[in-house]
Design a protein around this ligand. Structure first.
Ligand code: NAD
Length: 474
């Protein structure tokens, strides 16, 4: 099996280090590819290529940069089915879902390109005495883009638009678990050599990239512990870091809603992508008045999900990404059960090949159990019954995470009150809506730095103020 290579300065390049990592299909447990483990030498080469290419890239007019990135986006859209198949092989996502999310990633990239048309890269103000102040938004230079495995294509595409259009060059380091689809993105690249570079590997590539003095901005999407370590290093190096991290998102189900329809929506929010979404619903607070029909319907919905290799279009849920992830998910369920939780469906490790885990519904949980405090990142729905909406709101807000929160209610005052939840995104009577260009910043441990819309351009640039008086120079 030929190992994948890095893409540096427009050329596919062997890693300087002989160590290789296996990429394993989580449905079959077979090795589907090998990649370099990563090394500081590879990183240095990529950052150097990006540094060399950056001034020329910045010299292009903004509209030309938009045009070139847009051509890349079009090519990616044309290959959505192939990219979805690669995602399916490397991390188990059913191909049908993969196509949907690749399209979502392209839409996010295109939305970011459209935002450039209304972004002020330069503003100018005239003073009373005839002097002017111009504010110029300059790129930061080379941006490191480090991504996780759960949405390999979309994670890259939603990060790079503003970075590139603002005149930065990039070095992308995808997860070692899901490098195939990202490598394919680079085969489809339409940008000048050195503008976008790819370095493969695990932390052995990620760490030197975040420490490299030639990197002006780190855009990291991943777990809280790695994000925290990167944030500390960025602070030490006095460099900007955007950290998009994990969550433990609550959902509040209020008394006046249809319990069956809402349970189906909550099942989707909990189980889709086998629960491996940073904004998966991971804590469910349901009003006592409708708890019984809601839980019954949630169990029914959970049992309709078919598990299997995502190559099979009939399967709704693929496996978890690896054995380690499945161990964590099962440990959370086991901890809850040991402390009094009741399993309504699921909760049992299946035999056979593949890192599958069944959709699981738990009740009698409390907010001290791992399944209610730590990110589970699996298809587990822990339901806590609350006596009032206010109790649900209070418990929902009591978490160290703050990525997103969802509320289902027919009460306008309750919908309004939910806006106070400490979360970057609040969904009311829906989940995942709002358009790809929404602006938000996670709260608490879920990250630092606003993303989306013009905020992405603010993050990708550094303003310089140029004050000029007339008279001395003509
Ligand atoms: P992870 O933190 O283990 O890895 C993320 C990336 O960091 C990978 O590319 C990995 O190789 C790299 N990495 C590992 N160690 C590193 C180091 N020391 N220095 C630099 N880079 C290093 O996360 P994961 O398991 O790949 O992804 C799952 C996590 O990502 C979950 O917590 C999920 O909630 C989060 N996530 C967040 C968002 C968001 O937008 N907030 C989106 C998707 C996933």
């Amino acid at each position: 099996m030929t190992p994948l290579r890095n893409f540096i300065g427009g050329t596919w390049t062997e890693s300087a280090d002989p160590v290789r990592l296996d990429v394993v299909n989580p449905a079959t447990e077979e090795v589907v590819a090998r990649i370099p483990a990563g090394s500081p030498l590879d990183v240095n080469k990529a950052v150097t290529a990006a540094t060399v290419a950056q001034p020329e890239w910045h010299a292009y007019p903004v509209a030309e940069r938009v045009h070139l990135v847009d051509a890349w986006a079009d090519g990616i859209a044309e290959h959505a089915a192939e990219l979805a198949e690669l995602e399916c092989q490397e991390m188990g996502k059913p191909a049908a879902a993969g196509r949907f999310f690749v399209a979502g990633g392209v839409a996010a990239l295109k939305a970011s390109l459209a935002d450039a048309a209304t972004y002020s890269f330069e503003t100018s103000t005239m003073h009373d005495g005839g002097g002017t102040t111009r504010i110029i938004r300059n790129p930061l230079g080379v941006a490191a883009v480090i991504t996780p495995w759960n949405f390999p294509v979309a994670a890259v595409l939603s990060a790079v638009g503003a970075l590139l259009v603002a005149g930065n060059t990039i070095v992308v380091k995808p997860s070692e678990k899901s490098p195939l689809s990202t490598a394919r993105l680079f085969e489809l690249l339409t940008l000048p050599p050195g503008v976008a570079n790819l370095v493969l590997g695990d932390g052995r590539a990620g760490e030197p990239l975040t420490e490299h003095p030639g990197v002006g901005l780190i855009h990291f999407t991943g777990s809280v512990p790695v994000g925290r370590a990167i944030g500390a290093k960025a602070g030490h190096g006095l460099r900007r870091a955007l950290l998009e991290l994990g969550g433990k998102d609550p959902v509040i189900v209020d008394t006046g809603v249809d319990p069956v329809v809402t349970a189906q929506a909550v099942a989707h929010g909990t189980f889709v992508n086998t629960g491996q979404i940073c904004t998966s619903m991971e804590r469910i607070y349901v009003h006592r008045d409708i708890a019984t029909p809601f839980i019954d319907a949630l169990v029914t919905a959970a049992e309709t999900y078919t598990l299997g290799d995502g190559d099979d279009e009939a399967k709704m849920l693929g496996p978890l990404v690896d054995a380690r992830r499945r161990d964590v998910v099962h440990a959370h369920v086991t901890d809850a059960v040991a402390r009094g939780a009741k399993v309504h469906t699921g909760g049992v490790l299946p035999g056979g090949k593949g890192f599958y885990y069944p959709p699981t519904v738990l009740t009698d949980v409390d907010d001290t159990m791992l399944v209610m405090t730590e990110e589970t990142f699996g298809p587990v729905a822990p339901v806590r019954i609350v006596d009032s909406f206010e109790d649900g709101l209070r418990l929902a807000g009591r978490s160290r995470f703050g990525l997103a929160a969802t509320i289902y209610t027919d009460n306008p005052a309750h919908a309004k009150a939910a806006e106070t939840l400490p979360a970057g995104i609040i969904w009311i009577n829906q989940w995942q809506g709002g358009g790809p260009d929404r602006v938000f910043e996670p709260a608490g441990d879920s990250g630092v730095g606003a993303v989306g819309g013009h905020a992405a351009y603010d993050a990708a640039t550094r303003p310089s103020a140029i004050h000029r008086e007339p008279g001395l120079v003509t």
